[in-house]
Design a protein around this ligand. Structure first.
Ligand SMILES: NC(=O)c1ccc[n+]([C@@H]2O[C@H](COP(=O)([O-])OP(=O)(O)OC[C@H]3O[C@@H](n4cnc5c(N)ncnc54)[C@H](O)[C@@H]3O)[C@@H](O)[C@H]2O)c1
Length: 323
């Protein structure tokens, strides 16, 4: 049976892995508004019920608590739900934490992808959208283009994502699965589970006079607002029609860690906060201190972010403080 939405488009039965996480829950909000029928799977290792409580009574939304590492359980979910499309977002998203524990990324970043792909193969799901990352490029000094190669990730997380991309390519070719590999920059907004904005707010709530900043504060990266990111991911999936689609998503400017500290202090109305730098060019081993995306491919597809990097950070701080 084919179902149609109000606009006459075919309704898609969608799986979001990591659907109780920061970005996954925003994607669920976005897709149910578009009349997609959404099943979110998450094991709550990083995500929370708070992120999805507002959706649990929505008739287009269903949540299943499950660990994607349990392949048999995942097969049951695929068999019962007959998905048309998978948005695979589940991963270890805490790069700093996994720097001391490579197995976290092998399991939660790579094996979750493999298990999900394997279910797509077995249950004939033909559309796969993947949350990849700038971390696959490693410490490149040039502007990062999708054409760059070979790429050399420096974190276990980046390696887990690059290995995932490789398997997506092969599964796509072998099983006729159309795939979209979307390489996110740093993403900010309410419901964040980690990251510099989240950390600074937490630390300043504990001690409003002094803020310890990892590194020398000159790390400079593009930050995108989560609603922009979700819209871009959906736009790419709807607009780009290749069998295998690679896209960087980003904004055209970057924000330094010191600038973020100042925005956070400003939004929290804190004055004369002492910034205490731990020193060195990176926050931790495996952190990439600076990168810039080449966005020509995305721009020529017809998409640009609404908010600049600095504006995205400010909006994120406001929405977290209002939470
Ligand atoms: N936030 C960013 O800045 C950023 C940047 C680049 C890429 N990404 C990618 O976007 C995706 C979403 O990231 P996020 O920031 O929302 O992180 P998040 O931690 O909030 O979301 C990831 C979700 O995956 C779930 N998960 C992890 N392992 C699982 C498992 N074995 N089984 C079931 N669920 C599992 C976690 O509980 C969490 O809810 C991730 O793939 C991440 O790598 C995020």
């Amino acid at each position: 049976m084919i179902y149609y939405n109000r606009e006459g488009n075919v309704m898609m039965k969608t799986l979001i892995t990591g659907g109780a996480g920061f970005i996954g829950s925003h994607l669920a909000d976005f897709l149910v508004l578009k009349d997609y029928s959404v099943v979110a799977v998450d094991n709550f290792s990083l995500g929370t019920t708070d992120n999805i409580n507002h959706l649990t009574h929505h008739k287009k939304f269903k949540f299943i608590k499950e660990d994607l590492l349990h392949l048999d359980k995942l097969k049951d979910i695929f068999q019962k739900n007959k998905f048309d499309i998978v948005f695979h977002l589940a991963a270890n998203s805490d790069i700093a934490e996994s720097a001391g524990n490579p197995g976290t990324d092998l399991e939660n970043t790579f094996m979750t992808t493999w298990n999900t792909l394997e279910c797509c193969r077995l249950f004939h799901v033909k559309k796969f959208v993947f949350a990849s990352t700038s971390a696959v490029y490693g410490e490149a000094t040039r502007t990062l283009s999708e054409k760059a190669g070979p790429v050399s990730p420096v974190s276990y997380y980046g390696a887990g994502k690059l290995a995932s991309e490789g398997f997506i390519c092969a599964y796509s070719y072998m099983n006729n699965i159309q795939s979209w590999i979307v390489r996110f920059p740093n993403v900010v907004g309410d419901r964040m589970t980690h990251g510099v904005v989240h950390d600074f707010i937490k630390k300043l709530k504990r001690n409003p006079k002094r803020l310890v900043v990892l590194g020398d504060g000159n790390q400079k990266k593009p930050y995108i607002y989560v609603k922009d990111l979700v819209e871009a991911m959906f736009f790419i999936y709807q607009t780009s029609k290749e069998k295998l689609n690679y896209y960087n998503v980003g904004v055209k400017d970057e924000t330094s860690v010191t600038a973020i500290a100042k925005i956070v202090c400003d939004e929290m109305r804190l004055k004369n906060v002492e910034l205490k730098y731990t020193g060195g060019s990176t926050g931790w081993r495996g952190d990439v201190p600076h990168y810039r995306y080449d966005l020509k491919k995305l721009n020529s597809l017809g998409w640009r972010a609404k908010y600049s990097s600095a504006k995205a950070v400010r909006l994120a701080v406001r929405s977290i403080l209002a939470q």
